[in-house]
Design a protein around this ligand. Structure first.
Ligand SMILES: Cc1cc2nc3c(=O)[nH]c(=O)nc-3n(C[C@H](O)[C@H](O)[C@H](O)COP(=O)(O)OP(=O)(O)OC[C@H]3O[C@@H](n4cnc5c(N)ncnc54)[C@H](O)[C@@H]3O)c2cc1C
Length: 434
């Protein structure tokens, strides 16, 4: 098992907190625990934490994969914790031990589960096998490589390239908008032989509107902006089946789709069922008001994987950050023999970008913005929340290049060696090691 040691050794007799998951929720718990003198071990299957909100930029050749991945070891060292690479396989709550998929075991006094979620295919035939996801860095690389291979195929004169994005939430809107801009502004510089009119971008959403949680005016704006960019937006449209080269709609219509991206919903991954904890809607782990897992006194769940059925928080970065900090504070309280407090989500607002100088922002106080100002706010916030100074600098440079030069002969970050979507989901393929 690979271990990165902490710089400041905590008291070896101090209570030990194991955190599974180096995402927003898991990382935000560390500081409060180590500052209170507790020993912390962070466990994740990856060596890095992934900044999911910018994965679509990697998939569309605007950012490098490394721009959105921050080494877990660098983060925990700052706060005096330990990192262990591995994935949680089983929990023995009675003896307070966990087992990892690599066979290693760890003892804990408290356990925080922050393992996030992955795609939910709702049993739709062919969706798991024939669509691309956008949850990991490997997903983004696989999608980028398929797009590039598609453009390359067009450059030698064969057929059209149809891309279908399934799901009209923030991820689907951002991806469809960026793909349309890529077609309009950058394709000619990178693939001069390709006629952009042979690239088709479609966004399919089963609800009557895009961006469900936003105000109606912002939803309409997003739809109009996508239409301006040439995206074929299909609302009230349900997918019945996905094959390698088409999507079949519930009304029986078949649409060509060389690349289908699944951004339609999330659920806990299948292995969570093996942890022996109560699961609610979409397999999320059921927690009580203080974020302790129902029926457990030393196991917490935070972020996307956790749900308090009485007061569910949205599956976004802010709730995950706030929940991680709250779980840490409750563990400190338990050690101090004081009563825990319920978690209350402080909603700061939501935002989504559609493309260059086009975004929607809805603040908690009711203020709404759209257009260039909203887009600048989106850009600034994402740079602030990216982990690591190096990532911020490289992302700033790459996004500046993308938004300033893509329309003036700039090129995309190209990919290579595509594999099939199902193969791309496995972590050990050559494409995923880039
Ligand atoms: C494409 C995309 C775009 C998004 N855009 C936005 C946005 O613009 N704004 C916003 O607020 N939110 C956005 N979100 C949602 C946001 O990213 C999530 O809500 C947030 O990442 C949840 O944090 P988390 O800590 O619960 O899980 P994650 O950040 O998903 O982290 C989970 C971690 O757990 C690890 N893990 C998984 N299984 C195991 C295991 N068995 N053992 C150990 N470790 C494990 C994973 O490797 C990962 O590092 C987006 C999500 C996606 C997918």
């Amino acid at each position: 098992m690979r271990t990165i040691a902490r710089r400041h050794q905590a008291d070896p007799a101090a209570p030990h907190v194991v955190i599974c998951g180096a995402g927003f929720g898991g990382l935000s718990a560390i500081k409060g625990l180590t500052r209170a003198g507790l020993r912390v071990t962070l466990v994740d299957g990856h060596l890095y934490s992934t900044f999911q909100p910018l994965l679509y930029q990697v998939a569309t050749g605007g950012l490098n994969p490394g721009d959105v991945a921050y080494p877990a070891g660098a983060f925990i060292q700052r706060y005096g914790a330990i990192y262990r690479r591995g994935e949680l396989a089983a929990i023995d709550a009675a003896s307070r031990r966990i087992k990892l998929t690599n066979g290693h075991e760890l003892g804990y006094d408290y356990l925080i589960l922050a393992t996030g979620v992955s795609a939910s295919f709702y049993g739709i035939k062919g969706a798991a096998e024939n669509t691309f996801g956008l949850y990991t860095r490997a997903d983004a690389i696989a999608l980028r490589d398929h797009l590039m291979a598609g453009f390359e195929r067009l450059s030698v004169g064969r057929g059209d390239l149809s891309v279908t994005v399934v799901g009209g939430g923030a991820t689907g809107v951002e991806l469809a908008g960026t793909l349309a801009e890529l077609r309009r502004t950058v394709l000619g510089a990178t693939f001069p032989d390709v006629d952009p009119s042979r690239v088709h971008v479609r966004l399919v959403e089963m609800a009557p509107a895009l961006l469900g949680p936003f105000h109606e005016k912002l939803r309409e704006y997003a739809k109009a902006q996508l239409a301006d960019r040439g995206v074929d937006v299909r609302l009230n449209t349900r997918i019945a089946e996905v094959t390698p080269d088409q999507v079949r709609l519930a009304d029986g219509e078949d649409l060509p789709s060389d690349i289908t991206v699944w951004a339609a919903g999330v659920a806990a991954s299948a292995e969570v069922a093996g942890w022996g904890l109560p699961q609610g809607k979409n397999g999320r782990i059921v927690v009580g008001p203080d974020l302790r897992v129902q029926g457990q006194d030393r196991i917490f769940a935070v972020g996307d994987i956790a749900v308090n059925p009485g007061d569910p928080a949205p599956q976004l970065a802010q709730p995950a950050l706030q929940m991680g900090r709250h779980a840490a504070a409750q563990i400190v309280k338990l050690e101090g023999k004081t009563a825990t407090e319920p978690f209350k989500y402080h909603d700061k607002g939501i935002m989504a970008t559609i493309g260059r100088r086009s975004a929607v922002v809805q603040l908690a106080g009711g203020l709404r913005m759209r257009g260039t100002l909203a887009w600048l706010a989106w850009l600034a916030l994402h740079l602030v929340y990216l982990l690591g100074g190096r990532n911020r600098v490289s992302t700033l440079i790459n996004l500046t290049y993308r938004y300033v030069f893509w329309g003036h002969g700039g090129t995309v970050i190209v990919g290579d060696e595509p594999v099939s979507p199902a193969v791309a989901r496995r972590e050990d393929t050559p494409v995923n090691r880039q």
